[in-house]
Design a protein around this ligand. Structure first.
Ligand code: INI
Length: 197
């Protein structure tokens, strides 16, 4: 049997998409800088005209899941990173925006099988957001690390798919609601039990 664990060293050929909310761009721009710094120092070419990272700007955090999901479905990326900042002091619908964006980002990952990193700050004040985006630490760096780790881990996990799945690869997964399986219908427990490993 095996232990699957992401590494941070074999980054050749990895491709990432970063989706950034323009709302509170004083904060999201700093998160982006931290994230790029992390990827760059792990050997990734972060140049938008290069081959490893694409960037997409959306109006606000609410729009992050839709674009992240579409990019993940393109099968071009090992991971998608969403960067946003939802600040309570500025909106009475803080709870709605933050709840939808977290559910939506989780769904984008579940539905596509591509890691989608939740890089959205949800804070009470702008001061708290800025502290997490560079003044004290920069969580953008941590989001970059999560993307590297998950990209590596998924590459390992997908590369060791059991033989009985090999005949019906899920190259273009059916979009299923969260909590529903996207495995081919032909794969049943009885099929699995008849396999030798
Ligand atoms: N978007 C954010 O990213 N952060 C916020 O704090 C925020 N506030 O305060 O409202 C915000 N609103 C915009 C929202 O994300 C959508 O872009 C907008 O509602 C259009 O759909």
């Amino acid at each position: 049997m095996a232990i699957f664990e992401g590494t941070f060293s074999q980054t050749d050929g990895l491709r990432f998409a970063i989706v950034i909310g323009r709302f509170n761009d004083l904060v999201t721009g700093k998160l982006l800088e931290g994230c790029q710094d992390c990827l760059k120092r792990h050997g990734i070419d972060v140049n938008p005209h290069g081959t490893q990272v694409d960037y997409a700007w959306v109006p606000g955090a609410f729009e992050l899941p839709m674009v992240a999901r579409q990019l993940a479905l393109s099968e071009r990326y090992n991971a998608v990173i969403c960067l946003g900042a939802v600040i309570k002091g500025q909106t009475p619908h803080f709870e709605y925006v933050s709840a939808e964006v977290s559910k939506g980002i989780a769904a984008a990952g579940f539905q596509t099988g591509v890691p989608v990193v939740f890089g959205v700050l949800t804070t009470d004040t702008m001061q708290q957001a800025l502290e997490r985006a560079g003044i004290k630490s920069n969580l953008g760096w941590e989001y970059g690390m999560s993307a590297l780790e998950m990209a590596s881990l998924m590459r390992q996990v997908k590369g060791t798919t059991p033989n009985h799945y090999a005949g019906t690869p899920v190259t273009n997964p059916t979009i299923a609601p969260v909590g529903h399986s996207v495995l081919p219908a032909a794969v049943h427990a009885s099929d699995a039990s008849s396999q030798t490993h």
